[in-house]
Each structure stands twice: as C-alpha cells, then as structure tokens.
Write a protein that binds this ligand. Structure first.
Ligand code: HEM
Length: 542
C-alpha cells in the first residue's frame, strides 16, 4: 500500500472528518445529524399538543442523557410522552416520531430528508459544484442509476467484487499464523477500505481505470474530504466559523479535485473504447461493451441528461460519496461483531462449507448429465469454479444473511434520518408537523418492537433465519436503509459485499479477537463513521 493512504495512521484523513463524513453515505442523510449548523435553525412544530421531553437535572439540552444511554433515554420519553415528542439535540429542535407513524414520514413526499440535510450542511451546493445536469432539488438520477445499472447486474458484478475483496484481503492482511499468536491490526478499517474501494472501483469505472492508485485514493478519501467541507463533526460550530469554512470550500472544493482525477483517469480509456467500438463497427463485428457503471452512464448519456464527461464523473462522485465509506464502515463493524460473538462463527463456517459442498455436488451432477447425453461441458461448469462465491451461492447462506441483518438492527443509531416538513403535515394520530420544522426517526421503537421477536435488546444473529426477512428487505421493521421510494437503492450491493466479506473472513481466519473487550459494546453500537478505539487480532485457519 502506498501514498497518501497508508502513510497516516488515520488513513490520510482526520478521524473527525471520517466521523462526520461517513454518514453522508447513509442516505446522504444522517450526516445532518452531526454536521449541525448553528444558523437557520427552524423551530419546533407549532402544534402545542406535542409534549416537550423534560431535561435531566443539570442539563440544558437532551444531548448528555441521549448519549449516556440512547435506549434508556428513548424508553423514558416513550413511556412519559408516547410516540411523538419534542427534544433539543445537537443544537436542533426536533420532533421524535416513533412506532407506526414512522412509516407516514417515509411515505409522504412532503417530508424531505434532502431538505433536512441541506438545511444543516449546504450539501446541495457542493453536489451542484460537481454536476452540470440534474440540479433540480428532487431529481432522482443517482437513485435511478443505482437501481437500473447496479442492482440488476449484481450477479454479473459479483465475481469481480469477490476477486477484488479476496485479493486485497490477502494483500492487506494475508496469513496470520497461529504459531505467532496471529496478527494484530490496530486499525482494521485500513484493510477494509482497500478491499471495498477496489471492489467498488472495479464495478463503477472498470478494471482498467481502477488500476490507478489516484482513483482508488479518490474512492477512499472523497467522503472524508466532503465531511471536512461540511464541518468536521463539530457539532456546535459557530455560525461564523461554519460560514467561513463553507465560503473557503467554495473556492477550494475537494470534490472538484476528485472529479478531475476521475476525468483524467477515464479520458484515455474512454477514447480507446470509442476507437475500438468504431473499428468493430467498421468491420461489422460486435464490440463487447465493458460492463462497468461508467460505460453504462455513457451509453445512457441522453437518457440521464448528462452534458459531458465531467458531468458524468460528477455524478459518479456523488455515487462514491453514498457508497464507499458506508460499506467500508459497516463491514469493519461486522468484524467487531464477529470478534465479540465468537460462539457463532463455527455455525457460519459450517453453513459456508455445506453450501459450497452442495453447489459443487449439483454442478458435478449437471456435468455428468451432459456427459451421459454426450453433450459438451461448457466453461460455465468448469470444476475450477465449483466453489466460487457466486451471487447465487452467497444467497444460500441464510445464517450469514441473518447475522448481517441483526448487526444492522442492533447497531443502528437510535435517532437518525431527519426529515423536514415542506408544508403542514397532519399525521394519523392527529398531530401536525408544521412547515419548516424537522422530525427525527426513533429507530429504537422500530428495531426493538415486539415484532422483532424475543430479547430485542440482545444480539441474536439467527433471529431472521427461516423468516421472510432478508437483510436487503427494507420496511418499517428494518430502517437502516430507510424505506419507501427513497430507500437506499445500493443496499443490494452493500449487503452482497458485506456478506462476501463475512464469508471470506470466516473461511480464512478461525479467530478474530478484540484487543480491549471492555470497548466492544461501544463499538457495536457506534454511529456509522465513529473511529474504532481498539484493534483486532486475526488468526488464520490451520
Ligand atoms: C451499508 C451501506 C449503506 C447504508 C447503511 C446506506 C444507507 C442509506 C440510507 C439510510 C439512505 C436514505 C434512505 C431514505 O432517505 O429514506 C440511503 C440512500 C441512498 N443510498 Fe445508501 N446506504 C449504503 C450503501 C449504499 C451503496 C453501496 C450505494 C450505491 C451503490 C448507495 C446509494 C444510495 C443512494 C443513491 C441513495 C439516495 C436515494 C434517494 O434519495 O432516492 N448506498 N442509503
């Protein structure tokens, strides 16, 4: 590993920046939660029937009580005030919405997560600084790009993703001999970010462009750089400091630098692709289109209304902000779960072996049938690939899927995904959220509802096995990806990567141990983007 990334213990990025930046990807939403700006605070909803939660003695806001114990704070409020109540958190008057009414927020277009984030961060101006088209506030081009070009092609992308994850895991972590006590890694996120950035880059821009170290660095650092623009997680930054920072970044905009890197790296590759396509056309041959997102964007240039390559790369940049850090952070966090609950790893390993054995046996049967019929065995049935991690194979690992879903259920920040009301909105309970005020979602009420089964405050990784609750299934009982028409379209890719990383880790390492177990629970429940304060030791399978 070279350059910018590896030389710094914090990956070349201040941890505070990572802290605020990572949630940007979380629906480009909960960043707002951290990057609160002191200015332009809208007030509470004008509906006086909504109770104001009492503030703990000695406190002037709810921050301390909430951060001391999020679940306890919310349980207290729900018991005292019911599902909807006002709080003052992170410099912001907010109305907490819990239980069944959460759905009404997600399903109502007059509640806007985008407006809420923009109110706190001024984020749209930065997006607009790197894209030339699709600037209207409610445009959904990035959503459509993910929905149309990534999710339906996951099976196609999986081999490439697996290859990159495996290759970079080997490069960054490799063998951790038992005889040497395994290998201690102080910052596992450094391993994961190489794995995820390379996998994403290979899908987004294709293997050739992804060879560029500068491009990979852009995939790794862009979100954190953007976090700096939005205020480095300084929750109570003064209006003037926030203003000056924003004004500065209008001049020195790091996103534009990253877009330039993408444009410069992709220009020669695209020119060569054009040349090859023209040549093939001339010869009347079929040109095999590269199957990366960049090519798909170019092929649908008019459909998406792009203006030029810079514009395409600007859109790719927004996609990078939404995808790379979220996936890196959550997969790192997954390892801490594996380290904290080692008793479940044998089952995951056993499942993996059983699924791979079954796939291998099925393929062997297919081969024998072909032989019997005297038909040739195609490349698709090459025995060398019998134990590959295809999308279909990973899908059969239902315990791994349940484990991942439970990680999200257990971890997710208890108050997140702020939405701003675009007009007065009456909820079914009769309360009104007035125009300009903001609601915040009580995830605790959804993720710890009786619907989740038993021991809702405990980590129970097989909770969803045998139930129609895949980790990708968003809904009012599972909100880490939001729900409704704005639900994260990238969750299929994210979950696929997370499960693959889980499978690879378990197949290669028999033990993952946490350096300081007393810090485990804090990490397991950390907000996306919080740096982990203790390392992991990995031991290879014998
Ligand atoms: C573990 C990883 C991820 C998490 C936790 C996450 C979470 C979220 C959340 C909470 C939302 C907001 C939903 C709402 O407003 O209701 C969202 C939106 C979005 N996510 Fe993700 N996401 C992840 C990975 C990805 C990936 C890999 C991609 C792209 C490949 C992606 C692309 C997007 C886009 C484009 C949106 C905006 C959707 C819209 O406004 O219509 N995300 N994500």
């Amino acid at each position: 590993m070279i350059g910018l990334i590896s030389n710094s213990p914090t990956v070349g990025v201040p941890m505070e920046a990572i802290k605020v930046a990572l949630p940007i990807g979380v629906g480009l939403a909960s960043a707002a939660f951290l990057a609160m700006k002191a200015a332009a605070n809208s007030g509470y909803t004008t509906d006086k029937s909504i109770p104001m939660a009492s503030v703990r003695q000695g406190d002037s806001t709810h921050d301390n009580e909430y951060y001391d114990d999020q679940d306890a704070f919310l349980r207290r409020c729900e018991e005292e005030y019911g599902p909807v109540f006002n709080i003052h958190l992170l410099n912001k008057p907010l109305t907490v919405v819990s239980g069944p009414q959460i759905r009404e927020v997600f399903m109502n277009d007059d509640f806007s997560a985008g407006d809420a984030i923009d109110e706190f961060t001024g984020m749209r101006a930065f997006f607009d600084s790197v894209r030339k088209s699709n600037k209207d506030v409610d445009n959904r081009v990035i959503h459509e790009v993910v929905r149309d070009t990534i999710s339906p092609n996951l099976s196609l992308f999986t081999p490439r993703i697996v290859e990159q994850l495996e290759k970079n895991l080997e490069k960054e972590l490799g063998t951790c001999p038992k005889e040497e006590g395994g290998k201690f890694v102080a910052k596992p996120i450094l391993v994961l970010q190489e794995m995820v950035a390379n996998a994403m880059a290979n899908v987004f821009v294709g293997p050739e462009i992804a060879k560029s170290r500068e491009v990979i660095n852009t995939f790794i650092t862009a979100t954190a750089d953007f976090g700096r623009v939005l205020g480095n997680g300084e929750r109570r930054m003064s209006f003037w400091r926030a203003f000056t920072r924003r004004a500065n970044y209008k001049v020195f905009n790091p996103l534009q630098i990253h877009v330039r890197i993408l444009v410069e790296a992709s220009t020669p590759v695209i020119l060569e692709r054009r040349r090859l396509e023209a040549e093939a056309n001339e010869k009347g041959e079929k040109w095999e289109r590269p199957d990366d997102i960049l090519q798909k964007l170019l092929d649908n240039f008019d459909k998406y209304g792009f203006v030029d390559l810079e514009d395409v790369c600007g859109h790719l940049m927004i996609l990078i902000l939404a995808s790379v850090h979220t996936t890196t952070d959550t997969s790192t966090n997954l390892l801490y779960y594996m380290a904290t609950y080692p008793e479940y790893l044998d089952k995951l390993y056993e499942e993996q072996q059983q699924v791979l054995d079954a796939v291998q046996a099925e393929r062997e049967k297919e081969r024998q049938e072909l032989v019997k019929k005297g038909e040739p065995i195609g490349e698709d049935l090459d025995p060398a690939h019998d134990r590959d991690l295809s999308a279909a194979t990973i899908k059969r690992m239902v315990h791994m899927d349940s484990f991942v879903r439970e990680v999200f259920r257990f971890r997710t920040e208890r108050l997140t995904l702020i939405h701003r009301a675009r007009k007065d909105i009456r909820l079914s309970s009769g309360i009104t959220i007035s125009k300009g005020s903001s609601v915040i979602i009580n995830m605790r009420s959804a993720h710890q509802s009786p619907e989740q089964g038993e021991d809702v405050t405990e980590f129970r990784p097989w909770r969803f096995v045998g139930k129609p609750k895949a980790a990708t299934k968003a809904g009012s009982d599972f909100l880490p990806f939001g729900m409704g028409k704005h639900a994260c379209p990238g969750r299929f890719l994210a979950i696929q990567e997370l499960k693959t990383i889980g499978v690879l880790m378990i197949s290669k390492y028999s033990k993952i141990e946490i350096e300081d177990p007393s810090k485990a629970m804090k990490i397991l429940r950390s907000r996306i983007g919080t740096p982990n304060c203790t390392g992991l030791t990995f031991t290879s399978r014998g």
